[in-house]
Design a protein around this ligand. Structure first.
Ligand SMILES: [Zn+2]
Length: 377
């Protein structure tokens, strides 16, 4: 049996976001059902998620903020002043069972991922990767920053050179700000340019860290329409140099699926094969790491992509076709993509998309030249 471990739970079914929120969709529970329907996971490979402890949350977040989250969960309402002070209770970050209980479970799972990794396993926590949350402020659908807490657990175990890689369509502003002034965590992110995409204020090329942290942040801001060819071209041009310069002892990678063409909130054109190749490249260069989920607002595209990621981690050959039973799992969601130009039908029949790309545009080559100059040449 493989050393791969998937940390998940069917409990997420009942810990959903508020009505009409983009994260209202099933994700982890759907992934588990889909993997089972395709016989792609053994029970021994599945680790039940456990909630994070207050001590773990306080490795990054403030006590006042933790109390506000707890109070919101207890009352089901926005605590007085919490919207202004902590950004809880907005349309973006509503009060729901996901706010506290869902976030605790996702975060405990990221700590479990670290622990399993240190025991020699290859762990994947698809509920993790909530990279936008700040120390005392909810942001971008994220309440508790589980990547930062995972990184803090690694630091508490004595690691001094930790690489954080973020493949989500959005800049990891919460993680970057936590490590902007340290040389112990290198933050590397490819994402839609903040010129046109959330979080708008950060994720630019010129942000390289400050003080001791100068040179330990690298952002790759992407224009709309980036394809597999272009994404891989940029990753191949940067990651080997970072690995050489930083020589990480351990790494965490955030595997949001919102860079896929089918995602309703983003404007990148990746296929799930492109995302898989990016993940393979990361493992080829850096070896085994700690794997977290992330954004992704099309549940069908998300589950297909993370199934490929899981097959890669666990050394399985992904099936070419989706069986009728597994197709039924996907159709049970009743998903309708607000992006009407996307043809969803093929997503229900086959697991792998065709490769997307027809070469590399000039503006991407120009970006690569700029990155090369920044990449310690
Ligand atoms: Zn995202």
């Amino acid at each position: 049996m493989s050393r791969a471990r998937l940390i998940g739970s069917l409990k997420y079914r009942n810990l959903r976001y508020a009505q009409n929120h983009p994260l209202r969709i099933p994700r982890v529970s759907l992934l588990l059902e889909f993997l089972r329907a395709l016989s792609l996971i053994e029970e021994e490979e599945l680790v039940e998620s456990r909630p994070a402890t207050p001590e773990e949350i306080l490795l990054f977040h403030s006590r006042d903020y933790l109390e506000a989250l707890r109070e919101a969960d207890r009352s089901g309402r926005v605590p007085p002043g919490a919207r202004e002070r902590f950004n809880i209770g907005s349309y973006e970050n509503p009060v729901s069972p996901a706010t506290f209980r869902g976030s605790l479970l996702a975060t405990g799972s990221s700590v479990q991922a670290v622990e399993l990794f240190l025991e020699g396993f290859a762990p994947f926590n698809p509920a993790g990767g909530m990279h936008h949350a700040f120390r005392d402020r909810a942001n971008g659908f994220c309440f508790i920053n589980d990547p930062v807490i995972a990184l803090e657990v690694l630091r508490s175990r004595g690691f001094k050179r930790i690489l954080y890689i973020d493949l989500d369509a959005h800049h990891c502003d919460g993680v970057q700000s936590a490590y902007y002034e340290t040389d112990e965590v290198f933050t590397f992110s490819l994402h839609q340019s903040p010129d046109f995409s959330f979080p708008f204020r950060s994720g630019f090329l010129h942000e390289r860290g400050r003080g001791k942290g100068e040179g330990y942040t690298l952002n790759v801001p992407l224009p709309p329409g980036v394809t597999d060819d272009e994404f891989l071209f940029l990753l191949e041009g940067t990651l080997p140099r970072i690995a050489e310069f930083f020589d990480p002892e351990v790494y965490v990678v955030q595997l949001g699926t919102d860079a896929l063409l089918e995602d309703p909130l983003s404007r990148l054109y990746l296929s799930n094969r492109g995302l898989l190749e990016a993940f393979r490249l990361v493992r080829e260069i850096l070896g085994e790491g700690i794997y977290l989920g992330g954004g992704g607002y099309n549940p069908v595209a998300l589950v297909r992509a993370w199934t490929l990621i899981w097959c890669e981690i666990s050394g399985r050959e992904p099936p070419r076709r989706i069986t009728p039973q597994a197709e039924g799992v996907l159709r049970s969601v009743g998903w309708e993509n607000p992006r009407e130009e996307v043809d969803e039908e093929p997503l229900y029949r086959t697991l792998q998309d065709s490769w997307r790309g027809s070469g590399v545009r000039d503006e991407i080559r120009k970006l690569a030249v700029e990155l090369k100059a920044l990449c310690y040449s």
